[in-house]
Design a protein around this ligand. Structure first.
Ligand code: URA
Length: 207
């Protein structure tokens, strides 16, 4: 089957995520990292892309950003095992810095190419609420390359039967230069997860 999307070369639809060649990121990644969580989880969390640890382990959010996400989930009263956790882009994009592999933000064409997989996951899991962590996730979830966190945070956005809650990416809360910004970002993540949890209880799906 051939698929056509703006900014994505028409090509054969891959049979599996591991075989995906919809963009070139697979070439330098150890493996594709699929989402993880219950098949019909009412809450889905979408991050940007796997990091170094995720690339090696093949699981989403298992590195330092994952540890922060776990802490925020616990503080918000949400059990991670009840949430489906995934990423907008499924291969690690990086550049070498000495012996380290440094994260590189995915390009819009890579986000567009990988939307195929996020769409499939969203269709399979059919979450009531989707939490978008950071700007890449938000652009992908809203399918809007111009979407900004600033305009989207603080209120849920209804789209195609899902409530979408946007917040900062945990890496921002880990790496922002000053402690006040880090603390504020972390609190915003906890608040967003709490709100998402509340919405799971209230959201009626329109299909
Ligand atoms: N950052 C992400 O966006 N996703 C991960 O899985 C890990 C770090």
């Amino acid at each position: 089957m051939t698929t056509k999307q703006p900014g994505v070369e028409p090509q054969q639809t891959p049979e599996s995520l591991d075989e995906c060649r919809r963009c070139a990121l697979w070439e330098h990644a150890t493996q594709a990292v699929p989402g993880k969580g219950p098949r019909h989880a009412p809450m889905m969390i979408v991050g940007e892309q796997p990091g170094d640890q995720e690339d090696l382990q093949g699981k989403p959010f298992v590195g330092p950003a994952g540890a922060m996400l776990d802490r925020a989930l616990a503080e918000a009263g949400v059990a991670r095992k009840e949430v489906y956790v995934t990423n907008a882009v499924k291969h690690f994009k990086w550049e070498p810095r000495g012996k380290r592999r440094l994260h590189k933000t995915p390009a819009q064409r890579e986000i567009d190419a990988c939307h195929y997989w996020l769409d499939r996951e969203t269709g399979d899991v059919a979450p009531k609420v989707i939490v978008a962590l950071g700007s890449t996730a938000l652009k992908s979830v809203l399918r809007d390359s111009k979407a900004t966190l600033q305009a989207s945070m603080g209120h849920a956005i209804e789209q195609e039967g899902h409530a979408i809650v946007a917040t900062y990416h945990p890496s921002f809360a880990l790496r922002a230069p000053d402690p006040e910004t880090r603390e504020r970002a972390y609190k915003a993540i906890v608040d967003a997860l709490r709100e998402a949890h509340r919405l799971v209880g209230h959201h009626r799906k329109e299909r």
